[in-house]
Design a protein around this ligand. Structure first.
Ligand code: UD1
Ligand code: CA
Length: 526
């Protein structure tokens, strides 16, 4: 926060003390009930980890200092912070002696810091930035010593209860295991998000006892101590109680995931995106969609994915860190770190791997895998192909079952196919190799030398027919019988002088003359 200035009537300005804000995220706990090798706060939830969500909710406060208390899996959590919140500092709490102890250790790492301290449990991922901001605003406006976010919930089991006096002022926060039966009946709970006046918090943290069922220093006891000495404490009630939900096991994690999915999906529908089946559509909070995008059922959009206006994605699509251009279609496919151009078409059943880049109106069709390759504007790879480490020019056509042979067992090599080139079906392009602009490759070729622009490359064995082989070697089979019937019919036609050379014989004649295809249907597929 910059200094706050107020203009005075004489035109000079009065610079007031800047409001220093320190955010402390508590993330040292093990999360035993998750039963996981992964620290609880690192479990993922629609595009961020639990602690990532908490940090994102606090980020708009523009805190001067963000401290994350780490303990269990400290190295893993610290490594994650370096990625997602490089400005945050990890503070090690070697032994987890309670939430009060955790905050005490954090503040020891930021001595002499005045202003507001915002403390957030690391496992409250549904918290909205607006709610954190409103809590801090209420706290600072009231000049309170401490403010707690509370919520009225149908089932308060396991949570700390807000105990108020007869006029409704907060008296104390009591953990369930330390509560009397009457206190347990209270349904107003502590959400685990607080704002404190730094100086008064620091004083009081030193006075916490461990005289409770868990033998821990409870941060929540600060409220009772303040209330008892007449320091102003505020209860800020959350407008939406679901925001305050924590996560203690994987059943709760799944429930949070559904709630967040619904929140995200509702937001996109209100912003002009069509979701045909919101219940089976999972969109990470990091994804962006333009108006009039359509997402069909069973679709996951993850990470840094973006979908352009008018694009249709799904059903049955997973896109990770992939951008989809305006008007493109992606059907029953999986893409990772790919770029799909405007009006391009993908699938059904395509697999786009990292750095697959489809230019506008490119087509990657059924059972096609593309990796680290460019497919040029309007180019087509319609069926059953592998495209690896290639550059395919605009409007080129790659026939069915073409394999870009990019790997020699040691190194990867590139293939270039020129603009409007035409590669026949069942071709292997053995890299490094180049097919020139406008060149043709005959079906069934194994191409390991460059094909010049406009040339026809042919690299396949010449066919020979061994007449009468079936009659000799497969006598008595249904094939032999069928052949016999066909030969008899042909002989009869020849006798009556009905037709001349068959179409097949005409093609052979062309091949003998050096043409080798591409007769219609011989080399490629549409
Ligand atoms: C805490 C509150 C409870 C509130 C609930 C909301 C206390 C004493 N109780 O209970 O009133 O209703 O959150 O979810 O604060 N942590 C540390 N170091 C520690 C202990 C905990 O960093 O020594 C971290 C945990 O990793 C977790 C957070 O603090 O992220 C809360 O700790 P947890 O043990 O889950 O507290 P609750 O029993 O849920
Ligand atoms: Ca908890």
């Amino acid at each position: 926060m910059g200094p706050q200035t107020a203009n005075r009537s004489d035109g000079s300005s009065l610079v007031s003390q800047p409001r220093v804000r320190t955010v402390v995220v508590l993330a040292a706990g093990e999360g035993k009930r998750m039963k996981s090798a992964l620290p609880k706060v690192l479990h993922p939830l629609l595009g961020r980890t639990l602690v990532g969500h908490v940090l994102a909710a606090a980020a708009p406060l523009a805190p001067d200092h963000t401290l994350v208390v780490v303990g269990h899996g400290a190295d893993q959590v610290t490594g994650h912070l370096a990625e997602v919140a490089p400005d945050a500092n990890a503070v090690l709490q070697a032994e987890q002696r309670g939430t009060g102890h955790a905050v005490r250790i954090a503040l020891d790492a930021a001595p002499d810091r005045a202003g507001t301290v915002i403390v957030i449990n690391g496992d409250a991922p549904l918290l909205r930035p607006e709610t954190v901001a409103a809590l801090v605003e209420a706290h600072e406006t009231a000049g309170a010593a401490a403010t707690v976010l509370a919520a009225e919930v149908p089932d308060p089991t396991g949570l700390g209860r807000i105990v108020r006096d007869e006029v409704g002022r907060l008296e104390q926060i009591v953990e369930e295991r330390d509560a009397t039966p009457a206190q347990r009946a209270i349904r107003e709970i502590n959400a685990g998000i607080y704002a404190f006046d730094a100086a008064r918090l620091r004083d009081t943290l030193g006075k916490l006892s461990t005289d409770n069922d868990q033998g821990e220093e409870y941060l929540t006891d600060v409220f009772g101590l303040f209330a008892a000495t007449g320091e102003p404490v505020v209860v800020h009630v959350a407008a939406d109680a679901t925001e305050t939900l924590g996560c203690n096991d994987r059943v709760e994690l799944a429930a949070l995931r559904q709630l967040l999915r619904d929140r995200v999906n509702t937001g996109w529908m209100r912003a002009g995106v069509t979701l045909l089946d919101p219940a089976t559509t999972w969109i990470d909070v990091t994804v962006t969609l333009d108006r009039d995008a359509v997402v069909d059922q069973n679709t996951q959009l993850r990470g840094a994915t973006s979908v352009g206006t008018g694009a249709v994605v799904g059903p049955d699509v997973t896109l990770i860190d992939t951008s989809v251009g305006a008007g493109a279609t992606v059907l029953r496919s999986h893409a990772v770190s790919a770029v799909i151009g405007d009006r391009a078409s993908v699938g059904p059943y395509a697999y786009l791997r990292p750095d697959a880049r489809l230019a506008e109106q490119a087509k990657v069709g059924t059972f096609v895998e593309v990796k680290n390759s460019e497919v040029g504007a309007g180019a087509k790879v319609p069926h059953l192909s592998y495209v690896g480490d290639a550059t395919i020019g605009a409007r080129a056509n790659i026939g069915a079952a073409t394999i870009f042979v990019n790997y020699d067992g040691v190194a990867k090599h590139r293939t270039t196919v020129g603009e409007a080139a035409f590669v026949g079906c069942d071709t292997t392009l053995i890299a490094p190799v180049e097919v020139g602009a406008g060149a043709y490759v005959a079906a069934g070729s194994a191409i390991d030398s460059d094909v010049p622009p406009g040339a026809l490359g042919v690299a396949r064995g010449r066919q020979r027919n061994i007449e009468g082989w079936v009659a000799r070697r497969r006598a008595g089979t249904r094939s032999a019988e069928a052949a016999e019937r066909a030969q008899a019919a042909a002989a009869e036609r020849a006798l009556s002088g009905a037709d001349g050379a068959s179409q097949g014989e005409a093609i052979h004649a062309a091949a003998d003359a050096g043409g080798v295809g591409p007769a219609k249907g011989d080399t490629a597929t549409e």
